[in-house]
Design a protein around this ligand. Structure first.
Ligand code: NAP
Length: 522
């Protein structure tokens, strides 16, 4: 099978052999895709000219209606997407649901949000401020859709969610989307886009797809465009530092990796709801998508006196987890996405093991259900323990993109918060405590280093969708190492795809502008 690209409103193939997409469970070749020799400059122009202008002519409600239809088409084909996810990403049912349903859910959420924005074609912030003595000469702020194209570059681990969590927000904003999934898992993105294109929902040029290549994209963006990137910090730095990105002033959002944490409060003994919730959640974070989630828990901070109890509980739970072919109903965790990721994970683990000892897994001898270690890209479920987390460096900086996490002790709350901050900026930390004082202290001490904090106690443990779950209502992203970006967050996500402009004028004129605007943020 050959994956084509949807550019200039038509399916096109690239030149040459191209990249290979594998089944990571058995190493079988599934498809190939090449982006060589394509005229990306023309494709971007087409998206700007045709797609952007057609979308901007519509209201938020009309664009929302398109999202409703996209959600319906994707829902109707959900089983096929699960099958592709199983084959190309080695996904269990739970892994596939996380990516596929996460993407569909986000489209539906933004479709729903469009109802609040109604027939407007731009947004306006509430209020207006006086600029001087004249009480009628005021400034207010409007947000209008950007006139260019949104280039979306995504990581291999979310071919569905990554595609749609960006596309839904851009399309609702009135900005044409140029999506570039990671080649290794582009099959699912390809099928989803193909289904949406075949359903004839969007104007031509509103959604383009490039399955591979795109190395010249950063040189082709122009003022008016935006770039939203998700992937490793190394690639982010390279692309964001491209001279044309700097010269053109194109907004560039980065969602990168981070060393997310779980902190168990000193109050939470082994019989507490909070202790149990943390064990369950850390186990889920390690196993779901075989730890290949940017939000996955990598560091587990425990009051020193509780370390052994937590270690024992986790080791017991990990010991009951079957790893192997996701087609086998007993298997809880499948392979990594390919051999290259497997090899990178072994390198990362070796770096961590210089500072931490393995208390579960961590070596090549592990049991596989229904799969062959030589052909598959499997990795052992691994729990490490680092007893000197203040002196250590790698445990706070090396992201092993797989099922690996490190236990570390703290002696007082201040040290726990300090250790969390050693990640130099994270997407999410969860705090498990029944002590309201500790929870408040944790929130205020750690917020500036995080995009999201989850405060778990017995009252909300069951309602928590999961430490690693990104919900469209709340912002996703994180400072520093996590990329410094921000996506989603309900209406907040729209701001990136709009230009905020201060308008000075007579209060009557500003009120007239307000009369046709949707309120931002609502
Ligand atoms: P990656 O190697 O950085 O690649 C990310 C994307 O960039 C891919 O689509 C890749 O395309 C593309 N790319 C690479 N070089 C490029 C260039 N010169 N020009 C244009 N595009 C280029 O990351 P990955 O291995 O796919 O993903 C794993 C990483 O993503 C992890 O570190 C994870 O933490 C992070 N991640 C973060 C989030 C978040 O929301 N914060 C979510 C998911 C993953 P090709 O595939 O064609 O090389």
């Amino acid at each position: 099978m050959r994956l084509q690209h949807y550019l200039n409103g038509a399916w096109q193939d690239g030149a040459g052999e191209g990249a290979v997409l594998f089944d990571p469970t058995n190493g079988e070749e599934l498809a190939r895709t090449s982006g060589d020799g394509l005229d990306l400059s023309a494709a971007l122009d087409f998206a700007r000219r045709e797609g952007g202008s057609a979308l901007r002519a519509l209201s938020y409600a009309e664009r929302g209606a398109m999202l409703v239809r996209i959600g319906e088409v994707l829902t109707a084909n959900r089983d096929r997407y699960y099958e592709i996810s199983l084959k190309n990403s080695g996904s269990t049912q739970a892994d596939a649901a996380f990516d596929v349903d996460g993407g569909i859910g986000t489209v539906k959420y933004y479709a729903g949000l469009s109802r609040k924005l109604g027939d407007a074609r731009y947004l306006m912030e509430p209020g207006a401020d006086r600029l001087g003595k004249d009480e009628n000469f005021l400034t207010a702020h409007i947000l209008t859709p950007r006139p260019g194209v949104a280039v979306h570059i995504n990581a291999f681990n979310f071919p569905s969610w990554g595609l749609w969590e960006k596309a839904a927000v851009a399309l609702l904003s009135g900005v044409a989307v140029f999506a570039k999934p990671a080649a290794a898992t582009a099959w699912l993105s390809h099928e989803m886009v193909k289904d949406v294109i075949d359903a004839d929902i969007l104007p031509k040029g509103a959604l383009s797809l490039l399955c591979a290549g795109g190395r010249e994209l950063m040189g082709l963006v122009q003022p008016g465009d935006v770039v939203a990137f998700t992937g490793s910090a190394d690639t982010a730095a390279k692309l964001k530092g491209h001279p044309n990105i700097i010269a053109s002033g194109v907004p560039f959002n980065v969602e990168a990796d981070s060393l997310n944490a779980a902190i168990l409060g000193p109050d939470a003994g082994p019989d507490s709801d909070e202790f149990q919730a943390m064990i369950k959640e850390v186990h889920r974070e390690l196993t779901l998508k075989a730890g290949q989630k940017c939000t996955a828990t990598r560091r587990i901070m425990i009051a020193a006196e509780q370390m052994d109890a937590v270690q024992a509980a986790l080791v017991e739970r990990l010991g009951k987890t079957a790893v192997g072919d996701p087609r086998d109903g007993s298997v809880r965790m499948g392979p990594l996405v390919n051999k290259a990721q497997q090899s990178a994970a072994w390198d990362g683990l070796a770096a961590l093991k210089r500072e931490a000892k393995s208390v579960y897994g961590g070596n090549e001898a592990f049991e596989l259900v229904g799969a062959d270690a030589d052909t598959g890209a499997f990795f052992p479920l691994t729990l490490l323990r680092c007893d000197d987390p203040e002196g250590a460096r790698a445990v706070h900086s090396v992201e092993v993109f797989g099922p690996v996490a490190t236990l570390m002790p703290y002696t007082d709350p201040a040290q726990a918060f300090y250790l969390a901050a050693r990640g130099e900026g994270s997407l999410v930390t969860s705090v498990y405590t029944a002590d309201d004082g500790f929870a408040a202290q944790a929130a205020l001490n750690m917020a500036a280093w995080h995009g999201r904090l989850v405060l778990v106690d017995g009252r909300v443990a069951k309602s928590n969708p999961g430490h690693g779950t990104v919900m469209p209502q709340s912002v996703h992203g994180g400072p520093g190492r996590a990329g410094g970006g921000e996506e989603l967050g309900g209406p907040r996500g729209l701001a990136f795809y709009h230009q905020r402009t201060a308008v000075w004028g007579h209060s009557d004129r500003l009120e007239a502008l307000r009369g046709n605007a949707a309120a931002y943020p609502g």
